[in-house]
Design a protein around this ligand. Structure first.
Ligand code: FES
Ligand code: FES
Length: 363
C-alpha cells in the first residue's frame, strides 16, 4: 500500500492505495463516492469521467497513486456549480437520460464542453461527446440538453486538455495539419516523457536511416510522412481507440544536426472527423553503446478533443514505451535489410492499452 493525498470535492483526503488501484475504485470504495460509475474499465465508455486538476479524465485508467497531490471533482462535487445546475435542468427537460448509468460522466464532460467552447454547432457538441457512450438514449436528448445549456455562452479557456497517449508519437512521426508556423514553435506545457531505445546497429547507420523521414515514419504504426520539402514536412497519423477513430493530418518541421547526431521534430494538426487536435515535439540524440546505438528521445505532446481524456494515467507511460519498442523493432528490421513494415494502418491504442494493463497486473 502507498500513501496518496488528494483533494476530493474540496476536502483533503489522506488514503492508502495499492499501486494497481485505479482512481475510480479509490473514490467508490474508500470515499463512498459511488456517483462515479464504472462501465468498461478500459477507458472507452466515459462513464467514470471525473475532473482531475480541472480537466475531464477517465478515472478507470488513472492510477490513484499517479494522482497524488491532485484536485479531484466527482459528480457529487458540483452542487454549487451554476453550469452543472443548468445542465441538470436541461437533461431533465430534454429527457437526456433513461437508466442514468452514463449520466455522471456525460455531465462532467458536458460541463467542460459548455465552459471551454461556449455555444457551438450541434455537430461540434456531438464530436466533443464522442468519448462518452450511452446505451439508452440515442443521444438526441443529451446533445439537445448540452446545446440548450451552452446557448448564448461565450467560450472560456477553462480546460486546456492535458493529454494523452501514444499520440505523442503521432505528433512525433507524423506532425500534423494546421498552422505550420505554430508547429515550428517550441511546445510549452502538455505532457512529456523521456525514453531511450536501443538499436543494434552502429550510430552512423542509424543516423543515415533517420535522414530518410518517410521510411522512418513507416516504422511507427499508423504514421505516414507524405511530403518533405527542406525542413517542412507533411504527414498523417491514424489512431483507433475502441469506437473513437481519428486521422490526424498536418504539417511540421524537422531540423537535424549531423555534428551531434541529434534532431528536433515539431508538428501540429487536426482530425476533421472528431475535431481532435494534436501538437507534439520530439527531440532525439544518438550515442554509441556496447550493443550499437542508444537513441535518447524526449517527447512532449498536447491533445484536445475526443482523445484528450487519456492523459493522466501512468498507463500512458507504459503505452508510449510499448510504442517506442514497436518503432525500435521495425527500425531494426529495416536496418537489417528485412521487409519494411506494412503500409500504415491505424495505431490501435486499445491493443496497446490492454497489453499494458496485462503487464501491470502481471507484475
Ligand atoms: S469505465 Fe469506461 S471509460 Fe472508465
Ligand atoms: S441513460 Fe442509460 S446508458 Fe445513458
Amino acid at each position: 500500500m502507498l500513501p496518496v493525498t488528494l483533494t476530493v470535492n474540496g476536502e483533503r483526503q489522506q488514503l492508502l492505495a495499492e499501486p494497481r488501484t485505479h482512481l475510480a475504485d479509490l473514490l467508490r470504495e474508500k470515499l463512498n463516492l459511488t456517483g462515479t460509475h464504472l462501465g468498461c474499465e478500459q477507458g472507452v465508455c466515459g462513464a467514470c469521467t471525473v475532473l482531475i486538476d480541472g480537466v475531464p479524465q477517465r478515472s478507470c485508467i488513472s492510477y490513484a497513486v499517479d494522482c497524488d497531490g491532485a484536485e479531484i471533482t466527482t459528480i457529487e462535487g458540483f452542487d454549487t456549480d451554476p453550469t452543472m445546475a443548468k445542465l441538470r435542468e436541461e437533461f431533465s427537460a430534454h429527457h437526456a437520460l433513461q437508466c442514468g448509468f452514463c449520466t455522471p460522466g456525460m455531465l462532467v464532460t458536458a460541463r467542460d464542453i459548455v465552459l471551454r467552447l461556449g455555444e457551438v454547432p450541434e455537430a461540434r457538441v456531438r464530436e466533443e461527446l464522442s468519448g462518452n457512450i450511452c446505451r439508452c438514449t440515442g443521444y438526441v436528448g443529451i446533445v439537445g440538453a448540452v446545446c440548450a445549456t451552452a446557448r448564448g455562452c461565450a467560450p472560456r479557456d477553462s480546460a486546456a486538455p492535458i493529454a494523452a497517449t501514444a499520440l505523442a508519437a503521432a505528433a512525433v512521426a507524423a506532425p500534423v495539419e494546421t498552422a505550420a508556423p505554430r508547429a515550428a514553435q517550441p511546445l510549452t506545457g502538455g505532457t512529456s516523457l523521456t525514453e531511450t531505445i536501443a538499436i543494434a546497429a552502429p550510430p552512423d547507420q542509424v543516423w543515415d536511416a533517420m535522414g530518410d523521414l518517410p521510411a522512418l515514419a513507416a516504422c511507427l504504426p499508423g504514421a505516414e510522412i507524405t511530403e518533405v520539402d527542406g525542413e517542412a514536412i507533411k504527414g498523417r497519423m491514424r489512431v483507433a481507440l475502441g469506437p473513437i477513430k481519428v486521422a490526424f493530418a498536418g504539417t511540421g518541421t524537422v531540423s537535424l544536426d549531423a555534428a551531434t547526431r541529434s534532431g528536433v521534430l515539431r508538428g501540429a494538426g487536426r482530425d476533421g472527423g472528431t475535431g481532435s487536435s494534436a501538437e507534439g515535439e520530439l527531440r532525439f540524440a544518438l550515442t554509441p553503446s556496447a550493443t550499437g546505438t542508444d537513441v535518447a528521445i524526449t517527447l512532449q505532446w498536447r491533445l484536445t478533443g475526443a482523445l484528450a481524456q487519456f492523459g493522466r494515467s501512468g498507463l500512458v507511460a507504459d503505452l508510449v514505451r510499448r510504442l517506442a519498442a514497436q518503432f525500435a523493432a521495425n527500425l531494426q528490421a529495416r536496418l537489417a535489410g528485412q521487409a519494411p513494415p506494412a503500409a500504415p494502418a491505424a495505431l490501435n491504442l486499445f491493443q496497446l492499452l490492454w497489453a499494458a494493463l496485462k503487464a501491470r497486473f502481471g507484475r
